[in-house]
Write a protein that binds this ligand. Sequence first.
Ligand code: NAP
Length: 341
Amino acid sequence: MMTAILDDRDDLRLVGARVYSDDKDGTDLGELLGRDPIGVVATTDVDAILGLDADCVLYTPRTAHVDDVCALLASGKNVATTAFMFHPRRMDQADRDRVLAACEKGRSSVHGSGINPGNLSGVLPLALSGMSRTIDKITLQERADWSVYESTGITFDNMAFGEPVDSISPTATDFLAFNSSIFTEQVWFLGDALNADLDEVTATVEAVAAQQDHQIFEHLLQAGTTAGQRWNWRGLRDGETLVEIETLWTVGNEYPGHWPKPRHGWTLTIEGDPSMQTHFVSLASFSRAASMEEHVRSANVATAMQVLNAVPAVCEAPPGFATSATLPLIRSGSGFTRRQP
Ligand SMILES: NC(=O)c1ccc[n+]([C@@H]2O[C@H](COP(=O)([O-])OP(=O)(O)OC[C@H]3O[C@@H](n4cnc5c(N)ncnc54)[C@H](OP(=O)(O)O)[C@@H]3O)[C@@H](O)[C@H]2O)c1
């Protein structure tokens, strides 16, 4: 996000950054990016961030806190986040009330989006639904192997890969419950946006064990521990599944024979009149050779750009929640233009 602001955007200016580690505290942001200094230093001091005269904060920590967002909103800054607040109507009510009070105080707004949850589970299905006469079922399948995802804190500490299979459930840890809640929210989002009148959204997970050891960056994932997680979030009406998000996640790339076999990436299927299907994959390039690291990074770029590109619209939105259903269609802020070096 920082390099995109510095390199591609005349309309955005970087005025500060919060870091979480002491060794980055006080370091120039340019140096953190491996470049020349830009004259803006990173800080661990939250009050310094709250005191900045900024229009919008991009909030993308590993572990998100509603209190952090409330403080930013109450200080008058809009917030665009990849972490949560995708469908406020179905958020915990006490949290929602706190966020709305902070928005009111700061005359600010907050928007949560990304790739999934975000564009592929919100914007894209709604865009395709514009061609629908009737809809019977919407399914989004995400197939990903996380072996090359460099945020191993998320893979092992948060998502509990490498832990015993019987320790994985939608409520096993605070993070698994949090992660499940944001996909549950996405199912409600589509149901609410398309008049599904869902009775409930259920969450289930099947964890499968590794057949052999796998070295994943600095982590050894041991045979017998969790190497696959198949999650299903189902929105039901009268016992029938109308909206479903299924994730087929592996680490070490062993693939259980009994799992469905969509292509890597995201497969969105709308059963109805007409029935439609689209497969999404992001790569570093379709025309030049690129390393696996670059290809993997492309999904991170997509996640980050979906909220960075939303910043002008979030700043213009009225105080309160701004969602993928209420904001205008988010387009690339720089598009084909290139800044002069
Ligand atoms: N919506 C979507 O499609 C989507 C897709 C991918 C990720 N996400 C979400 O986006 C966020 C960022 O993902 P990421 O892959 O960039 O994560 P990450 O690399 O693991 O962490 C991002 C930053 O969080 C800070 N951090 C470290 N420890 C922390 C802690 N205990 N509490 C809070 N922050 C801490 C670190 O900042 P410093 O190094 O500067 O100290 C780190 O660089 C996560 O919330 C993730 O769940 C959303």
